[in-house]
Write a protein of this length. Structure first.
Length: 218
């Protein structure tokens, strides 16, 4: 999908809360740019990712106003079940996104929903499994993987979708040095391909990759 991600005047209020969590958030992210969301716990970093992904307000009910556009698409009006065709979202807790009894099936599920040919699905699974060092894990149960391996699996799922917009919530948290190297290499590859990346991070492990910073809750 061509064109920038443009967020304009975004305001978010959860039910029974007196004030806005997000107020007049605006930014533009061009293809190949990364936005690093910074701020303390409770400042709205994950909530902003949930707004971009459609989790808010389609699954988590909240009052949301403003505009979110990706290229020519008005994301506010796109059902969450269709957004995966152009965006991928890695949540902070890997167990909340892993559902299938085999790693291979976890990688294949979204690709099958895209209606891709069997051969292309097989090629993408093989490519991303090799990139993230998961070739020997394809027949494993995800529950048997370590925390870091589960996160690598989610990165591989996101990468296989070839998204135009990539949303990452604390991607570097809990990763060892080798997994961090794979994450960094993947982000560099995604940005070089024109993907727009929005990530949250408490530390600064990925900060040197960021083209833009957005401070929340200050």
């Amino acid at each position: 999908m061509n064109g920038p991600l443009i967020v304009a005047g975004l305001c978010l209020r959860y039910p029974n809360q007196p004030g806005l969590l997000l107020e007049n958030v605006s930014f533009a992210l061009q293809p190949g740019e990364l936005l690093w969301l910074r701020g303390p716990n409770g400042s709205g970093k994950t909530s902003l990712l949930n707004c971009l992904s459609g989790v808010i307000p389609q699954h988590v009910k909240a009052e949301l106003t403003g505009a979110i556009n990706l290229g020519c698409a008005d994301l506010i009006t796109v059902p969450i079940t269709r957004r995966f065709r152009f965006l991928a979202y890695q949540m902070s807790d890997p167990d909340s996104q892993i559902f299938f009894p085999r790693v291979e099936k976890e990688l294949a599920f979204a690709l099958e929903n895209l209606g891709l040919p069997v051969g292309e699905i097989r090629d993408r699974i093989g490519e991303e499994a090799a990139f993230f060092g998961l070739e020997g894990y394809l027949r494993r149960e995800p529950a048997t993987l370590s925390y870091g391996e589960k996160k690598l699996l989610l990165f591989a799922v996101c990468a296989a979708l070839r998204p135009s917009l990539l949303l990452l919530d604390e991607p570097s948290s809990g990763l060892g040095d080798r997994a961090l190297e794979k994450l960094r290499a993947w982000l560099e590859k995604a940005l070089a391909s024109g993907c727009r990346v929005v990530l949250t991070e408490h530390g600064s492990k990925m900060g040197d990759l960021a083209a833009k910073n957005l401070d929340l809750g200050h």
